[in-house]
Ligand binder design. Structure first.
Ligand code: LMR
Length: 328
């Protein structure tokens, strides 16, 4: 039994992590939870590692651990503060215990598309958010885009009332819990890696996520269909610990941050196309995608938007106003 466990442990080590780090190189472990290909975060993480390993050879060496192979998102930030992992890119919904400023990104129907999210993040208000957790030892380095969220369940969702009484998996965010409760549904926070099994076994009835995550995790296989609601967003914060950043020699830090900024710019431009391709892959694989009529969509807006009121004070009315101005 022990032998079997050892072999399983060896097999569990992801091959992509086996970057050949040399003596004297600063090793950067980057842990994330999604798949690597055909996913905005997976592609960006791989590109970042590739460029760091080529251009900073001898100085820095990056190992990427995708698919929750090193940590789940609910463990990774604590592990980072302990110095066990240097880089992560959890979704903005996963920072609740560190800061409430990112709650604005979870409010339903706050942003009409990723371009609006991009403009908000690039504004002074958005850029200030990168520094919101310094006191807690974390530094935001960049926002990475995923895309708009869609809803799915074990029965068709066309009107908000179709969600009544169902249990939805959500990321660990009070806003998302309130959003599901506004539909008369219940919410179950759960790690990303557990969602497929929970849907399959009926532990939860439905979920919300982006096309690339629904495709990457094959949620469509265990759901009745996906409704194109575009009701919210999933975006990421690339984050490191303040201590680790401070420990880097100035020139190494500057080169690393420059590469990160370039990868961010390059890949964020492609995120919408990556999600569109994932949507087409779902359809090609036999997944059902449902569209809403304008009346149906308005009913979802009317049902979910009252949630803003509850979080207005956390998020700041001035930030909501700034976001809405961009959204026009
Ligand atoms: C989720 O937990 O659904 C997402 O945050 C996963 C991810 O990183 O896209």
């Amino acid at each position: 039994l022990i032998k079997a466990a050892c072999i399983a442990a060896v097999l569990a080590v992801p091959s992509v992590a086996a970057a050949q780090c040399d003596d004297g190189e600063i090793v950067v472990k980057f842990a994330h939870v999604t798949n690597t290909d055909r996913h905005p975060k997976g592609i960006a993480a791989s590109l970042l590692a590739q460029r760091v390993n080529e251009e900073m050879n001898g100085k820095m060496c990056m190992e990427v651990y995708p698919n929750s192979t090193l940590y789940n998102d609910d463990q990774v930030l604590e592990a980072m503060l302990q110095g066990n992992v240097q880089l992560a890119a959890p979704s903005l919904s996963k920072f609740e215990t560190f800061t409430k400023v990112f709650r604005i990104f979870d409010l339903p129907f706050m942003f009409k598309n990723i371009d609006a999210v991009d403009a908000f993040q690039k504004s002074e208000t958005g850029q200030k958010m990168l520094d919101s957790m310094q006191r807690r030892g974390l530094q935001g380095l960049a926002f990475w885009h995923n895309g708009m969220k869609q809803m799915s369940a074990n029965r068709p969702l066309l009107w908000p009332s179709d969600a009544k009484g169902l249990k939805f998996r959500v990321q660990p965010s009070d806003v998302l819990i309130a959003q599901m409760e506004a539909l008369g549904a219940t919410a179950q926070p759960m790690a990303f890696s557990e969602v497929y099994g929970a849907l399959q076994q009926g532990v939860v009835d439905g979920q919300e996520n982006t096309w690339s995550n629904i495709w990457g995790q094959k949620f469509f296989e265990v759901q009745d269909g996906i409704t194109e609601t575009n009701h919210g967003i999933i975006d990421y914060l690339v984050v490191a610990s303040v201590d680790w950043l401070d420990s880097l020699p100035g020139d190494v830090r500057a080169q690393f941050l420059q590469i990160l900024a370039e990868v961010t710019e390059e890949r964020n431009k492609e995120s919408t196309a990556v999600n569109e391709a994932a949507k087409q892959s779902i359809i090609a694989a036999g997944g059902i995608v449902r569209q809403l009529t304008p009346e149906q969509r308005q009913a979802w807006v009317d049902a979910m938007k009252p949630v803003w009121e509850k979080f207005k004070d956390d998020v700041g009315q001035e930030n909501i106003d700034a976001a809405q101005k961009i959204n026009m």
